[in-house]
Design a protein around this ligand. Structure first.
Ligand code: F3S
Length: 393
């Protein structure tokens, strides 16, 4: 692999042990991916930073890495932790708070921004064709498909190494010729109100190539986020070309196959049925709520609330505890459980529920697996209406 003078210096240890080790990892992974050179990244986003994920072993590794000089060279953000940073949620279990703080302290000392969110684009929207090294599949697919940025789906160690070195390997979606949509996916159902999360799960399950999806240009931010995150959860997708949304000069289209997704095909992706007597958790915020979605939830609560037929939880970036303090206060007064900087998939729950009602295909996918509950996808309004007014009204 070709290395610049700066990269050779780093690899030989001139910038310290940690940078050399981190670059070694990137070169090794890049070699396996067929990369011929490295690229500079502008933003690294590190996932897998919850204590439930890192554990004591990871904590030891991070602390050693920090002690040996591991410091961020580029703007770096981190994914949600396993605790609610407001300490006000009655649903998220904060038993691991002390351990999570240890992880957070090290990462912050390394220069990582403690944003604790899976929507890092809220803090720094990427530019078209800008190279990134992001973990968190839902953020990766959003960066590539909505902003036209270039990132592969990186695991924690590679994203961390990219942060420490400022480089990643040039392969996969960093290369223009790999950003080619080959399957056209038409979805008449979206215009009839089928939740985008259900469509995303279907596409993730059935389409292997980069899809070119038509009929979605009127989706709002919530719909786009849910569609993409769900595809990335049920499949291995990191880029979908959304007609009318994905920036034109960031992909190519060479259609070889066409699929029309019928309403009937999506039915099984809507999830389980709800029975009367089920303890229901309504959940929106996977991925974390964008400010526009947050305001929408407030509006719906004013219309339907308070939640009397089930609990309602939302999850938001850690920073909202300050920037949207009065809105979060209003939501809490209206009976919403607001969890900050976390989500029910990376944390443990204090309460038992029979079913989760959510707008998110990704939440449906993981809540069933991790918490063993039934789950059903409906639109955001339906989630709020059901837990406030009941399932038949
Ligand atoms: Fe974010 Fe948790 Fe969903 S990290 S994408 S809210 S699984």
């Amino acid at each position: 692999m070709y290395l610049t003078k700066d990269q050779e210096k780093m690899l030989s240890g001139e910038y310290g042990w940690a940078a050399a080790k981190a670059l070694e990892l990137i070169v090794r992974v890049g070699g396996a991916m067929g990369a011929e050179e490295l690229v500079e990244v502008k933003h690294a986003h590190v996932s897998g930073v919850s204590y439930t994920n890192v554990g004591d072993h990871g904590l030891e590794f991070l602390s050693d890495f920090y002690a040996k000089g591991g410091r961020a060279r580029v703007y770096t953000t981190i994914n949600p932790g396993c605790v609610d940073y407001s300490g006000l949620s009655n649903i998220i279990d904060n038993d691991f708070a002390a351990r999570q703080m240890l992880v957070d302290n090290i990462l912050q000392s390394m220069g990582f921004k403690p944003v604790h969110t899976c929507i890092p684009h809220y803090h720094r929207p990427p530019l078209e064709n800008e190279h990134l090294a992001w973990g968190e599949s839902s953020a990766v697919i959003y960066a590539n498909s909505v902003f036209g940025a270039r990132t592969n789906r990186e695991g924690g160690p590679v994203a961390l190494s990219a942060s420490i070195t400022g480089y990643t390997y040039k392969a996969g979606l960093h290369i223009e010729s790999n950003r080619v949509a080959r399957v056209k996916v038409e979805v008449p159902a979206i215009s009839r109100g089928v939740p985008p999360g259900a469509l995303g799960l279907w596409i993730g399950d059935h389409i292997r190539e980069i899809p070119y999806i038509t009929g979605v240009k009127n989706l709002d931010v919530s719909g786009v986020k849910s569609l993409l995150a769900s595809m990335a959860a049920s499949g291995n997708h990191a880029l979908a070309v959304l007609n009318g949304i994905t920036p034109r000069n960031t992909y190519r289209v060479e259609i070889e196959d066409k699929v029309v997704v019928e309403d009937k095909a999506l039915e099984e992706y809507l999830g389980d049925d709800i029975s009367s007597g089920d303890r229901v958790l309504g959940y929106v915020g996977c991925p974390h709520l964008h400010p526009v979605e947050l305001l929408k939830v407030v509006e719906l609560l004013r219309k339907y609330g308070p939640p009397r037929k089930g609990k309602l939880m939302i999850t938001v970036p850690r920073e909202y505890a300050i920037t949207f303090q009065s809105i979060l206060y209003e939501l809490r007064v209206r009976g919403v459980d607001v969890a900050v900087g976390t989500c029910p998939i990376v944390s443990r729950l204090k309460e038992k529920f029979d079913v989760v009602l959510t707008n998110s295909g990704k939440a449906l996918f993981y809540m069933k697996k991790i918490h063993g509950v039934k789950a059903r996808i409906v639109g955001v309004e339906e989630v709020v209406k059901c837990v406030c007014r009941g399932f038949k009204s």
